[in-house]
Design a binder for this molecule. Structure first.
Ligand code: ADP
Length: 248
């Protein structure tokens, strides 16, 4: 049974927009603690796939489960987020007028309206959680800095930190290194590798050097379907992948 031991189980999923099959019989299985890269040309269905997993788009057919218990197709977006799926979009959406620490507090509180109440009764344990995340994302010394003053890379890490405050089981990360310097990319690879194990992570990324540097299993999407899956090396040697994606 494939579902056994899988954190995310996507099987036989299709969705059409005005008769066009954006996702076509997609099967995807993510193990507990796995770091998976998703690549594929523009229009391959990567965004739509993430939209289906997070409940933003409903498939026409198929199954989507988180663990053995949670049928995600019976849950709405908020329920899916609460069940432990965190998504980071390409553009960072940190609160620029708040400090790094305050951004993490806010993420822990869940919403801005309850944040002031929440921070007044922050427990020692919760403070420890924030400190631990600050260390993970490498922003301890920027803790009191306004998020608006951070570099582009630091904002991306802060946003990953904000997702971590919700203790997600699965993190969906969209093009994390777009616009980053080489140094920031290396740091991002380290960060994602350090998070894998405790979390399952799906990274959609176009930068092949970055994908290579995190050297995980790579899934190639093409026309809404899995074209190939395996190590970076097996993907690069795959003639079908070269034809549709690498253009060689
Ligand atoms: P990717 O993220 O891999 O670039 P997308 O998931 O954004 O691919 O898109 C897959 C295909 O589905 C594209 O051809 C896109 O134009 C189409 N598509 C996505 N969302 C919609 C929508 N809401 N309505 C119509 N077509 C859509």
């Amino acid at each position: 049974d494939v579902k056994n031991g899988m954190l995310l189980y996507v099987e036989g999923v299709s969705v059409s927009f005005d008769g066009f099959k954006a996702i076509n019989d997609l099967n995807l299985y993510i193990k507990e603690g796995e770091l998976r890269c998703i690549i594929g040309p523009n229009g391959a269905g990567k965004t739509t796939m993430m939209d289906i997993i997070t409940g933003k788009t409903r498939p026409d057919v198929g199954d989507v489960w988180l663990g053995q218990q949670l049928n995600l197709l019976k849950m709405d977006e908020a329920e899916i987020a609460n069940a432990g799926i965190g998504r980071k979009f390409q553009k960072p959406t940190v609160f620029e007028a708040l400090s790094v620490w305050e951004n993490l507090e806010l993420a822990m509180a869940g919403e801005k309206s309850t944040w002031h109440l929440f921070r007044a009764v922050l427990s020692g344990e919760q403070k420890c959680d924030i400190e631990r995340v600050l260390e993970l994302i490498g922003l301890e010394t920027q803790s009191r800095m306004l998020a608006g003053k951070l570099s582009h890379g630091q904002k991306q890490w802060l946003e990953i930190g904000m997702l971590l405050m919700q203790k997600p089981k699965l993190l969906l990360v969209d093009e994390p290194v777009a616009g980053m310097t080489h140094q920031e990319m290396d740091r991002t690879a380290e960060l994602l590798l350090s998070l894998a194990g405790e979390h399952s992570i799906m990274v959609v990324e176009h930068d092949m050097d970055f994908v290579r540097s995190i050297a995980s299993t790579v899934t190639v999407l093409h026309q809404g379907h899995v074209l190939a899956e395996g190590s970076m090396k097996s993907i690069q040697d795959d003639q079908r992948v070269r034809e549709v994606y690498l253009g060689q």
